[in-house]
Design a protein around this ligand. Sequence first.
Ligand SMILES: Nc1ncnc2c1ncn2[C@@H]1O[C@H](COP(=O)(O)OP(=O)(O)O)[C@@H](O)[C@H]1O
Ligand SMILES: [Mg+2]
Length: 289
Amino acid sequence: MKEYKPFKSGKVREIYDLDDSLVLVATDRISAFDHILENDITDKGAILTQMSKFWFDFTSDILPNHVLSTDTADLPEFFQKPEFQGRTTKCRKLRMIPMECIVRGYITGSGWESYQENGTVCGIKLPAGLQESQQLPEPIFTPSTKAELGDHDENVTLEQGAACVEKVFPGHGQEYVEKIRDYTIAIYKKCAEYAKSKGIIIADTKFEFGVDEEGNIVIGDEMLTPDSSRFWPLEGYEAGHGQPSYDKQFVRDWLKANPDKGYKLPQDIIDKTIAKYKEAYEVLTGKKF
Ligand SMILES: Nc1ncnc2c1ncn2[C@@H]1O[C@H](COP(=O)(O)OP(=O)(O)O)[C@@H](O)[C@H]1O
Ligand SMILES: [Mg+2]
């Protein structure tokens, strides 16, 4: 049997190269406050893989996506092990567009910080008098450039983004950036409206796009998971302060209350967090995990 080694181990995902395709494996690792915790959140990787799959299908009328299969039976024998089942995506290999396509429907996080400083986010002027976590009149596209490991991603204007993309795709910088901006907003609107009807606010999220051999723009990476988005419970939502995170609230609260115990969680916090991931999946997809 041919053995495979991931060519990249991210914070929470491992990536394998099959020459003509890629294999993304989502682990059960969880990060909070920029740290990987010592505990695994059982089934988290599988839940997020299935959630991404749901959104890729849900938006396939808007644009093509990179998913080839989430069934390990479609992969080499090496991947036919229980540890890969449910958490593995075989995907089309794309030339990635070097931009984090962030869309914000609500003002929070680094967007809120920037707005407080100068009333803008990524060069976009916002109305005066917004409160923290308030919904924006229209969702805004606030791209950032992908930083090298360890560095923080940097917010950029559309023009700066186009200049970055131009370096990798000569002659296409402006064109691609405008296209992925329009896709980003269209996908967000459709999915956020749907999630809200199920009781979850998608405050903001991040997409990554690539280009296939024919020059088509295709959405890649993961899609609308709690790892790439801010999910808030609709119930109890109120502008004027920060909102509880749908999935990591128990983790963050416990870490804050127990600063001396390192990044190791007690079992009841893990169990509650697993339950939140399952709940988000079931509420959003209408399927039992
Ligand atoms: N279909 C694809 N083709 C090529 N690269 C992809 C595809 N989908 C995602 N990627 C890339 O795979 C990597 C996923 O790694 P990840 O674990 O998220 O780490 P990081 O975001 O820190 O780079 C990212 O660099 C992403 O741009
Ligand atoms: Mg990533």
